[in-house]
Design a protein around this ligand. Structure first.
Ligand code: NDP
Ligand code: HSE
Length: 447
């Protein structure tokens, strides 16, 4: 039976869509809804009618958005009660949360790109969707245009996902890529990412890793059937990544990327659980993630039966994100036409979230040291005492950026060790009389 042969419970009436937000993403969604109306009708089996667009400033010039200006309103509370599907691209926690709860109570399904809200209070939204018998879809919330949540929720629902490793923030990838390839400065590249519509309203969410942590929480929740909140994710942003770190990575034929890493693993006390972290890390230029340039995103998934899967595409920007929003809208509208709902929350595994001290990786450590006999032995002893094995050591002369003084610099790359052991090593090095300064410590992933 074709989609158009289903009985539309709305009769001949169109499916009413309310759009909350008409910024970078919302304006692309509105334009695509209008320009693709005929195709959407054919794909859904019913026409779609845009019944209103809630914004903050109704008087703002929006002549680039090809809709009747009378559709714009500041009364989002009323708008959500007049729709079959509410598309939320406002962002932030409140008022988005209250509006979506009201929409679902009023019987509307929800499509949202709001990772911050889902990572803060996803279970409340899922519960509201269950209570109202409506859909909650949010493909655009992670990795822009890339279909990654639907594969996790549906295609891999019969497999055991063991690891998800990805570049999930376009802004920071854009910044790190430009710092690596053009030597451009940090502030300048963040401003470019904002102008291109990649950055969040407050780019601190991107730069400090909050956006990636929210996405990691959503990925881990779906991958491991366990509730993971943004606050559960160990997070370090890129604001402390220096030109010297980028140069140090280059010297090892590596690049620096902000990675989201979600793993099923066993902690030191034998507890089986979930480790979720976001931080900058060096990866070899030969690693597939090293070739993810500009604001592109990529996500690796490892599953017991499927093996390794890779998803790649545009991770931010109006049109790419609107593509994911429209995909969800079609899926939800088809459910309205054909009956039934998409998957709800799956959190039955309820695994513990492990402490970051349990996570295991390799480390690149740069130390300024005294240049005299016995120093290397004392440095090596600090590693031995804390149970961290050294893979390589390189010594050269480094000019200190603040004092201009020439110092002996040791670059040490370790074998895999726990965060806890590495932290103890760094403390021992910092306290050592032969170490003038621990210049930098960066994780090395993907060996
Ligand atoms: P923008 O800041 O560009 O747009 C936000 C829109 O929401 C604006 O139209 C604004 O109105 C409106 N708005 C703000 N507050 C209210 C309110 N209280 N009531 C009604 N409308 C309001 O954000 P983006 O389009 O960049 O992002 C929207 C969402 O999509 C966020 O959740 C973001 O995380 C997510 N997202 C963004 C991506 C991107 O690349 N930009 C990619 C993936 C997800 P006005 O126009 O009057 O200011
Ligand atoms: N600010 C986000 C990013 C938008 O840069 O990736 C996409 O979620």
């Amino acid at each position: 039976m074709s989609m158009s042969e289903h009985t539309n419970p709305l009769g001949d009436k169109p499916i009413r869509v309310a759009l909350l937000g008409c910024g970078v993403v919302g304006s692309s969604v509105a334009r695509m809804l209008v320009e693709s109306a005929d195709d959407l009708r054919a794909r859904i089996g019913a026409p779609v009618e845009l019944v209103g667009i809630a914004v903050r400033r109704v008087g703002k010039d929006r002549s680039d958005v090809p809709v009747d200006p009378a559709l714009f309103t500041t009364d989002a509370e009323d708008l959500v009660t007049r729709a079959d599907i509410v598309v939320e691209v406002v962002g932030g926690i409140d008022p988005a949360r209250g509006l979506l709860l009201k929409a679902m109570e009023s019987g509307a399904s929800v499509v949202t790109a709001n990772k911050a809200l889902l990572a803060e209070d996803g279970p409340t939204l899922y519960a509201a969707a269950d209570a109202a018998g409506v859909d909650l879809y949010y493909e655009a919330a992670v990795a822009g245009a890339i279909p990654i949540l639907r594969p996790m929720r549906e295609s891999l629902a019969g497999d055991d996902v063991t690891k998800v490793l990805g570049i999930v923030n376009g802004t920071t990838n854009f910044v790190l890529d430009k710092m690596d390839t053009t030597g451009a400065g940090f502030e300048e590249t963040v401003a470019q990412a904002q102008a291109l519509g990649y950055a969040e309203a407050d780019p601190t969410a991107d730069v400090e890793g909050f956006d990636a942590a929210a996405k990691a929480a959503l990925l881990a929740s779906l991958a491991f059937h366990t509730r993971v909140k943004g606050a559960d994710v160990f997070r370090e942003g890129i604001s402390d990544v220096t030109a010297a770190d980028i140069a140090a990575a280059k010297a090892m034929d590596h690049v620096v990327k902000l990675l989201a890493i979600c793993e099923r693993t066993t902690g030191q006390n034998g507890t089986s659980g979930v480790s979720v972290r976001v931080h900058p890390a060096m990866i070899a230029r030969t690693h597939p993630l090293a070739s993810v340039r500009d604001a592109y995103n990529a996500v690796f998934v490892e599953a017991s039966a499927a093996g390794q899967l890779m998803f790649y595409g545009r991770g931010a920007g109006g049109d790419p994100t609107a593509s994911a929003v429209l995909g969800d809208l079609v899926a939800v509208a088809r459910h309205i036409v054909a009956g039934g709902r998409g998957p709800g929350e799956s959190a039955y595994a309820d695994l513990p979230i492990l402490d970051v001290g349990d996570s295991v990786t390799r480390y690149h450590i740069s130390l300024d040291v005294e240049d005299r006999p016995g120093v290397l032995a004392q440095v090596a002893q600090a590693f031995a005492d804390t149970g961290v094995s050294i893979e390589t050591v390189r010594q050269h002369i480094r000019t200190n950026s603040s004092s201009g003084e020439a110092r002996a610099n040791l670059v040490i790359v370790t074998h895999a060790a726990t965060e806890a052991a590495l932290a103890a090593t760094v403390d021992a090095l910092a306290a050592s009389e032969v170490v003038a300064e621990v210049v930098s410590v960066m994780r090395v992933e993907g060996a």
